[in-house]
Ligand binder design. Structure first.
Ligand code: F6R
Length: 358
């Protein structure tokens, strides 16, 4: 039931702080995540983690890979399930597979899992749906506890996936006695994230007017960033595309000048995501380069990196967790752009919530 909300998507965006708190409650005992020891042992024995997913779940995997590499020192790669199913990379000797799927029913991902099971490789499904196909067929399951996600555009499942990946990376890193994981105060950080999400969802009016001003007319738009901000820009662009039908691209900001900047013309919206110390200045100069060619730029910046004329400032959190906050303004920009065009936000054309065909 969407209650007083005009669309499920807005309700689901607003539920994100509660989902973060729920995950802390479900997975932590005191300050430590409590996960199945067998799962952690199987993962510790692996020499490579393969993350498999589609769409938004693939995008959540891009964030997770950074966490697994940094906190567990396990090489990790992320794969689009429909690609992996038919053309596998050369696999390592002891692979461990993580399937990310909100529904647990995505046919492309299942195709990969069937192959994984034929080889008796260990696997984990991270899903919102208990006893879904991918959950039943994998060795292990971790649930997202996000509650039913009804809107076609995934929002709270994306942030829940990232939070569960963080919990798993922290637990595995602790298990392997990796200092970076031991020093990562994840439980406390997830509390900060929940409050930060709340602050962003409380600023809807501002984001609604930004959407009207910047995104209501143009036919195309860019999200740009570097590193983890680039990964978020892919998800931010997907949200805008699927519900507002603005052709949007998420782009590695340094790569723009190698060709794509030719597409920038007067009033093209270019939204920069700036949350990382090492790359903030670089992304800002890339934004300026587009502005010099007529782009209408907006910045989503972490508070400690913010400048006076930044459009949207988000609270500071650990640099690995910034996607949990930086994606929210993008979800809301997409929502209000779609709403402003009078579209059916929850049921965009040509799309189904669960894609059970290949
Ligand atoms: C986009 C969206 C899709 C799904 C994709 C995978 O908002 O929802 O891109 O993420 O179809 O679905 P699941 O996660 O159910 O495997």
């Amino acid at each position: 039931d969407k209650g007083a909300y005009p669309f499920y998507m807005l309700k689901e965006v607003d539920e994100q702080p509660a989902v973060m708190r729920k995950l802390v409650q479900k997975y932590f005992k005191d300050d430590q995540p409590q996960l199945d020891e067998k799962l952690l042992q199987d993962m510790a024995d692996a020499d490579h983690i393969y993350i498999v997913g589609a769409g938004t779940s693939y995008h959540a995997g891009l964030i997770g890979a950074r966490m697994f590499e940094r906190l567990t020192k396990t090489p990790t790669t992320v794969h689009i399930s429909s690609e992996f199913a038919y053309e596998q990379p050369l696999l390592s000797n002891k692979p461990f597979f993580i399937f990310l799927s909100q529904s647990g029913e995505t046919a492309d991902s299942r195709e990969v899992l069937v192959h994984v099971n034929e080889h008796h490789w260990p696997s984990l499904t991270i899903t919102n749906v208990d006893k879904s196909t991918l959950s039943r067929e994998a060795t292990y399951t971790l649930l997202l506890y996000a509650g039913p996600e009804i809107a076609v555009a995934s929002t709270k499942a994306y942030t829940a996936q990232i939070a569960v990946e963080a919990i798993l990376a922290k637990a595995l890193g602790e298990f392997k006695q990796i200092p970076e994981a031991q020093d990562f105060a994840l439980k406390q950080q997830l509390g900060i994230v929940a409050n930060g999400m709340q602050a962003i969802t409380d600023s809807k009016d501002k984001i609604e007017s930004l959407a009207a001003h910047y995104l209501s007319k143009p036919r195309n738009a860019f999200y740009i960033g570097r590193g983890i901000d680039w990964s978020v820009s892919l998800e931010a662009a997907l949200k805008l595309k699927e519900i507002s039908y603005v052709q949007a691209e998420g782009f590695a900001s340094g790569e723009l000048k190698h060709g794509t900047i030719a597409l920038i013309e007067k009033n093209t919206p270019v939204i920069g995501i700036v949350t990382q110390d090492r790359t903030a200045g670089l992304t800002r100069s890339n934004l300026e380069e587009t502005e010099a060619r007529g782009a209408n730029t907006l910045t989503i910046a972490a508070r400690h990196l913010a400048k006076e004329d930044d459009t949207i400032v988000i609270p500071d959190v650990d640099p690995l967790l910034t996607p949990l906050l930086s994606v929210l303004p993008a979800q809301l920009l997409a929502y209000y752009t779609s709403l402003g065009k009078g579209l059916d936000v929850d049921k965009p054309r040509n799309l189904a919530k669960s894609v059970t065909v290949q």
